[in-house]
Design a protein around this ligand. Structure first.
Ligand code: UDP
Ligand code: MG
Length: 332
């Protein structure tokens, strides 16, 4: 670490679930890139309830800049990222996948864009190292639709490599799957977001945690994005209004069914759409109220002297804070 300060300039957050073959090499790459920047940094791996040796491999790395947030189970990638945001202390927070697909050497480019005044920077993989018809094409279609629905110009939502000013991610609690709608869901101003071309590498080892079905989930989620991103913070009032809309549309469908099948089908479709929007509004409200992750403990190498400026705690001795109790909630 280059010179301890009161706060690291940079936090690199990596969610990991069953990435035992990848965490060692990735940590080494990240440490090399972060050291070359010459600013205080920390690397925060969030172990999302891995069932393999991911945690053991991480704990064996003797790096005082490494913090391991060990979650109390498998909460999903969005929750793991939320936990990383909560634990990160840097003025700038970078996220990337733990499977080696994102290239750490792209991080300086992202930081450069933040220095030019952007609040969030998203990586854009031009040559995807994945199958065209089953992964690249569906994701291209989904990306266009997401950018249109959110109004935020990000066309590679699935890219895990992103950088944010910390104020943007403070207190974020992302329901399952909603990491795909970052940074839009954080309430960022669209003109203060940019994309930077990044390398896409093949997965280090192991298999992707997602299949083709996620495209359908994204399509369902699309309907709620305009409200979640542009509608200001959602609350119980929105849930009640959507409940009423679903019931009204169902009653209307039954009432007109005898006279016009087309009208009844339209009302049914509208009821389905309102129900899909309600589903995500409920998830966002619940995530904000209850939090989406639980921390078992934070593992941390180093000694008290080195840690004086970095929040304290040595391996196994740092008390597990209830990170969910942090002020604020997900902002939309
Ligand atoms: N991940 C996680 N919890 C999960 C699923 C995935 O923390 O429940 C992590 C995973 O280890 C990886 C990142 O999220 O670091 C992205 O997952 P993956 O590489 O499987 O997704 P893809 O690259 O296929 O979108
Ligand atoms: Mg991946």
């Amino acid at each position: 670490m280059a010179g301890a300060g009161p706060q690291p300039a940079l936090s690199i957050v990596v969610p990991v679930y069953n990435e035992e073959g990848n965490v060692g090499p990735l940590h080494a790459e990240l440490a090399a890139v972060a050291t070359s920047l010459g600013r205080p940094y920390e690397i925060v791996f969030v172990n999302d309830g891995s069932r393999d040796a991911t945690l053991e491999r991480l704990a064996a790395i003797a790096d005082p800049a490494l913090r391991i947030v060990d979650l109390d189970g498998n909460f999903g990638e969005a929750a793991a990222i939320s936990a990383g945001f909560a634990a990160a202390r840097g003025a700038v927070v970078v996220t990337l996948d733990g499977d080696g697909q994102n290239d750490p050497n792209d991080i300086p480019k992202l930081l450069g864009a933040l220095e030019r005044g952007y609040d969030a920077v998203s990586g854009r993989r031009l040559e995807r190292q994945e199958a065209f018809f089953s992964r690249v094409l569906p994701s291209r279609v989904a990306n266009r639709l997401i950018a249109w629905a959110t109004g935020v110009p990000v066309y590679d939502c699935g890219c895990g490599l992103k950088a944010y000013r910390r104020e943007l991610v403070d207190g974020a609690q992302l329901p399952r799957g909603m990491n795909r709608f970052l940074p839009a869901l954080l309430g960022v101003v669209p003109s203060r977001v940019t994309e930077i071309t990044t390398q896409d590498r093949p997965r280090g080892s192991g298999a992707s945690h997602y299949g083709f079905s996620r495209t359908f989930v994204v399509l369902r989620d699309l309907l709620s994005l305009p409200l979640l991103v542009r509608g200001g913070p959602v609350g119980r009032g929105h849930v009640h209004a959507l409940n009423a809309a679903v019931i009204f549309l169902l009653i209307a469908a039954v009432a007109v069914a005898g006279r016009s099948l087309a009208a009844a089908m339209t009302a049914l479709l509208a009821a389905g759409a309102a129900a899909a929007i309600r589903h995500n509004v409920v998830r966002v409200v619940h995530a904000r109220e209850s939090g989406v992750f639980r921390v078992r403990r934070i593992l941390h190498h180093g000694n008290d002297d080195e840690d004086r400026h970095r929040g304290g705690g040595v391996l196994g001795h740092e008390p597990a804070p209830d990170l969910r109790a942090r002020a604020g909630g997900a902002r939309h």
